[in-house]
Design a protein around this ligand. Structure first.
Ligand code: ADP
Ligand code: MG
Length: 990
């Protein structure tokens, strides 16, 4: 009842919103009358006129009706002259003039919202309206598609409109060079996938070393096609550019063999229980059997016997009862006891694994506590209250405790990832092994995801399990979530057939409202109730019968599956029945698009995972409408209602007839993990379900949807969680990238460089003057170590207080720098200065990202300490960022004088210096003050540039490792300043 009321209100609110836009549509149509007789050339001449009006102060909103009308008029001209266009190698006739509902969609997109328009309503064309309008502003409009094929298709297809109106269109494709990419972005309109856009942003801001390396030109307006797929499904994995890590912390190979043994033991145990359960069941003791099987579920959720038992509704209910019983006890005494009777327990819903005392003893019989996180809080408390200890001893003991804690956490983390790898992640379902590599299978699309890796060591754990080469851990060089990438845009618009169920998330995270646009023709699709079966086998058999029946009369069918695996099973079954069919699994976008286009032909049977062919229109061939149009069969309900709606929506486009139905069973993952099988089981008995027979009832649909809502809620929480953590990083990234971009684009970087130097000097003077007595020696040592300023204590003693010292040092450092640059080519110096800052930012930022990864992993363990991990994370991240900024500045100061565009310039500089500075003083000898730990202290801080982690292009001469060292030419560079760990490192670069 309440649901109905809400729907009613939502419905009218949406209708009101649509109604509110109608006057604009009318206005556009009125303007269109005036353009009716214009030729294509005359329409094209409108573009510069619009631009002039914008320049004179008119707004895009004001131009909207006329600009939309121009696009409509052009489409009409193209249709009239039956314009032929080559799209992806095929000739197409242009025969579309936007409908009124399409104009409404265009207005919604322009207003920065999501237009929900059903499949086949012509969203591709809708996008041209706001794209043309906004491109007039000259700041570039990005149209985001789900794959490269669609980007190319739409750029060619819709490109006709833009080009005829005098605008340029570009298209990003994987594998394009920098120069090609820059050319695409330079266009008025750029089509591409979200990964291409996102990675370009990361490369531009995290890696480019010259402005010419940057390809994007700002983030003005993006229209995202299939917006739910991109902002919700894809957003679960962030974009990451990574390189190999320098130090490795994983111990998976070390623990693999013991875990092998542990899992085998546990499986033995579980199989015993399952057999006992069988005996109990046969003896009529159902509750007893249920209790035993629930144990098996805890210990080995994918145990074959267990899965078999779960096919029997009575047994399933018994298992659920056992679970319920344990959870009814708020103190969970029984549950914990049960968990202690096995080696470890697995929570499949949350993908978590927990060792028990038994498991810990098995792993390390001499010291079971080896695999237990020490209770740091109690320990610290004990140390604190121990009167026998001095303050200093207390501190030491606490540090020891902390170190032990971290070691143990690392160990336990390794073990629990291995257990997850063994017991939750299944080969050929979650991943495949190809060419000695573990490759993730996307659970939504069944598509392989080459290059992507599970994070947090899970990937290596799976590699260890499969016995393939464990890849070195990778380190993040640059990363951004899809959410944060799209938040960069001044304005976003989105379109999809299915946004409504996720409207809250769009609102909360992207501030995007959703407007549901009515269809052009009334939709006559028939959605049948789900057909529900006890077992997967029964379900599949019934499904094949259904396909046979409809195929016999020639009705085309689209069979949607949740995974590649089930596509293949169904395909095998159909082959046995000699029913010709096509199988798609989103691996070959273009080829699939061609097959899907024909899915509406008489007698066609097309099996597809749910992303396969998305974005391609399915038209009915002649005579098919009389057979009822395309029939869609879902072979499993998806975790998300949205994906199911998407599948249903593939038929009955533009007023065509069409129908759809889902076939589900109790053994489907969704039902196993989230279904309320007691309730459904009860319903089924009440409704009188027979063996080997499907059951259909609206009540059942509702139960399934309840399960889906439960998962949707959980998945939203996961995405939100990821985002909350990334928000912290996002703020930091914004600061760093802005700094980087400033330097990169300044024609004269020197003022910025000296600003940094000045800040460092001021901070150092402040710190040294702040001690009692004033640490003059330290200041002198620091200054001389960092910069060739030949400072003596007398210089300072004569100069007054800290203000004067700062001024004095600032002047000195400029003087020294003048000497240095005298020998250099001025342009080379600019490049060098830029490089000194960029080099410092990049190296330390990447180190910082690595440290943040570590923080992220360790912070979750602190949840044990009853602190809010997010708050802890924010605090620590804030502190670390402050340190990072200090270190970057310190490194800039250090490297400014330690870099040269050529060896000879550097030698000249050194020769010109000696009056005040001894050569021996160049190497940094002093420890910098706190907060500025750098050079040498910064872990690998002295690596030479040629060993840089980032594979970016460096220009200019490089100092070879076997060249004479410029500081001491008698030695080879690699043995002197170039030696790893050498503090007197010279960076010759540029
Ligand atoms: P969607 O992305 O909304 O699913 P598409 O953009 O793929 O739909 O378009 C579906 C089909 O509708 C295409 O074949 C297209 O040519 C056709 N179409 C779109 N708009 C019109 C129109 N205004 N008049 C005629 N055909 C149209
Ligand atoms: Mg589309």
């Amino acid at each position: 009842m309440i649901g109905w009321v809400i729907k009613k209100i939502l419905g009218t609110q949406n209708q009101r919103e649509v109604k509110r836009l109608l006057p604009l549509v009318e206005e556009a149509k009125r303007q269109g009358e005036a353009l009716r007789n214009l030729s294509i050339e005359q329409l094209r001449a409108k573009t510069p006129l619009f631009r002039e009006r914008l320049a004179k102060g008119e707004t895009l909103d004001q131009l909207l009706p006329e600009a939309f009308a121009t696009v409509v008029a052009l489409c009409r001209r193209l249709t009239e002259e039956k314009r032929k266009i080559r799209v992806r190698g095929q000739e197409m006739k242009w025969e579309m003039v936007p409908f009124d509902v399409q104009l409404i969609g265009g207005i919604v997109l322009h207003s920065g919202r999501i237009a929900e328009m059903a499949t086949g309503e012509g969203k591709t064309l809708v996008a041209t309206l706001p794209t043309y309008l906004n491109a007039l502003a000259g700041k570039g409009v990005h149209v985001v598609t789900v794959n490269d094929y669609l980007a190319a298709r739409d750029a060619e297809w819709m490109g006709e409109v833009y080009r005829e109106l005098g605008l340029t269109v570009g298209c990003l494709q994987h594998g394009q060079t920098q120069a090609e990419r820059r050319a695409q972005y330079a266009c008025d309109i750029t089509y591409g996938t979200c990964s291409e856009f996102g990675f370009d942003y990361l490369r531009d801001n995290g890696m480019a070393t010259t402005p010419e390396d940057q390809v994007q030109r700002g983030h003005f307006f993006a229209i995202i096609d299939e917006v739910d797929s991109i902002l919700i499904d894809e957003a679960r994995t962030p974009l990451i550019i990574s390189g190999p890590v320098t130090v490795s912390t994983h111990q998976f190979d070390k623990y693999k063999s013991v875990i092998d043994g542990l899992v085998r033991k546990q499986n033995g145990l579980c199989t015993d229980w399952a057999n006992q359960a069988k005996a109990k069941g046969e003896a009529g003791d159902l509750p007893g059997a249920g209790r035993l099987l629930y144990r098996v579920k805890l210990g080995s959720p994918r145990n074959k016997l267990l899965l078999k038992f779960q096919e029997d509704p009575a047994m399933r209910r018994a298992i659920d009862d056992a679970e319920l019983e344990m959870y009814q006890d708020t103190r969970r005494t029984e549950l914990y006891k049960t968990k202690e009777e096995m080696y470890f327990s697995i929570d499949e819903r949350n993908s978590e694994a927990d060792l028990s005392e038994m498991g810990r003893t098995f792993l390390n019989p001499n010291d079971p506590n080896f695999f237990l996180v020490p209770d740091l809080i109690t320990k610290n408390h004990d140390i604190e209250t121990n009167r026998a200890l001095s303050e200093e001893e207390k501190l030491k003991e606490k540090q020891v405790a902390q170190a032990e804690y971290e070691d143990a956490s690392q160990r336990i983390h390794n073990i629990s990832q291995l257990l997850r790898a063994y017991c939750v992640f299944e080969k050929d379902v979650h991943y495949v092994v190809q060419e000695n590599k573990v490759m993730i299978v996307d659970e939504y699309t069944g598509r392989l995801m080459p290059g992507r890796r599970w994070s947090d060591g899970l990937h290596q754990a799976v590699e260890a399990k499969e016995g393939v080469q464990i890849d070195r851990e990778t380190q993040t060089l640059a990363t951004i979530t899809i959410q944060n990438y799209f938040r960069l845009y001044e304005k976003l618009g989105g379109m999809t057939g299915t946004a409504e169920t996720e409207a809250n998330e769009f609102k909360d995270i992207y501030r995007l409202g959703v407007v549901v646009i009515p269809t052009n023709q009334p939709c006559v699709r028939v959605d049948a109730d789900d057909m529900i079966f006890k077992t997967r086998r029964e379900k599949l058999n019934a499904l094949i019968e259904e396909i046979k029946k409809r195929n016999a009369v020639g009705q085309p069918m689209l069979v949607g599956t949740a995974s590649v695996e089930s596509s293949e099973i169904i395909s095998r079954m159909l082959r046995r029945e000699n029913i010709p069919h096509n199988v798609l699994n989103a691996k070959q976008h273009q080829q699939e698009a061609e097959i899907v286009t024909r899915a509406g032909e008489r007698g066609a049977v097309t099996i597809a995972t749910n992303m396969a062919g998305r974005g391609t229109d399915i038209k009915l061939s002649a005579g098919v409408a009389e057979l009822g149009g395309l029939h869609v069969v879902g072979t499993e309900r998806h975790e998300s209602r949205r994906i199911d709606r998407q599948l249903r929506g593939r038929c009955a486009r533009q007023g065509d007839p069409g129908s759809g139905q889902f076939f589900i069973s109790f053994e489907d993952d969704l039902m196993r993990n989230f279904g309320d099988s007691r309730r459904i089981g009860g319903l089924m008995t009440k409704l009188g379900m027979e063996e080997d027979e499907g059951l259909q009832h609206p009540w059942l649909n509702r139960s399934v949807e309840t399960a889906q809502k439960r998962v949707e809620g959980r998945n939203y929480q996961i995405r939100k969680h990821t985002l909350q953590y990334d928000d912290v990083m996002n703020q930091q990234r914004t600061v760093i990238y802005a700094w980087r971009t400033d330097i990169l684009n300044s024609t004269d970087p020197r003022p910025e460089v000296f600003e940094t130097v000045d800040e460092r000097i001021a901070a150092e003077v402040e710190a040294r003057a702040g001690t009692d007595p004033v640490d003059l020696d330290g200041l002198v040592r620091w200054a001389n170590a960092a910069m060739p300023v030949g400072l003596s204590k007398e210089d300072l003693l004569g100069a007054g207080g800290k203000e004067e010292w700062t001024t004095f040092l600032k002047a000195r450092v400029r003087e020294a720098y003048e000497v240095k640059v005298k020998f250099e080519n001025p342009e080379a110096v600019k490049a060098l200065e830029r490089f000194v800052v960029l080099g410092a930012i990049d190296r330390l930022w990447q180190e910082h990202l690595y440290a943040m990864d570590g923080l992220r992993t360790s912070i979750n363990l602190r949840a044990y300490g009853q602190k809010d991990p997010l708050i802890e994370y924010k605090n620590e991240a804030y502190g670390m960022f402050g340190e990072l900024m200090g270190r970057i500045k310190e490194e800039v100061v250090h490297n400014l004088f330690r870099s040269a565009s050529s060896l000879s310039a550097f030698e000249h500089f050194l020769a010109a210096l000696p009056q005040r500075t001894g050569r021996g003083e160049l190497p940094g000898q002093d420890q910098p003050t706190e907060g500025s730990m750098s050079m040498g202290g910064g872990g690998g801080g002295s690596t030479v540039v040629e060993e840089a982690l980032v594979p970016v292009k460096r220009q200019g001469p490089k100092l070879g490792r076997n060249d004479p060292c410029p500081i001491d030419p008698k030695k080879k560079f690699k043995n002197c300043c170039g030696a790893t760990g050498s503090k007197g490192c010279l960076k010759v670069s540029a």
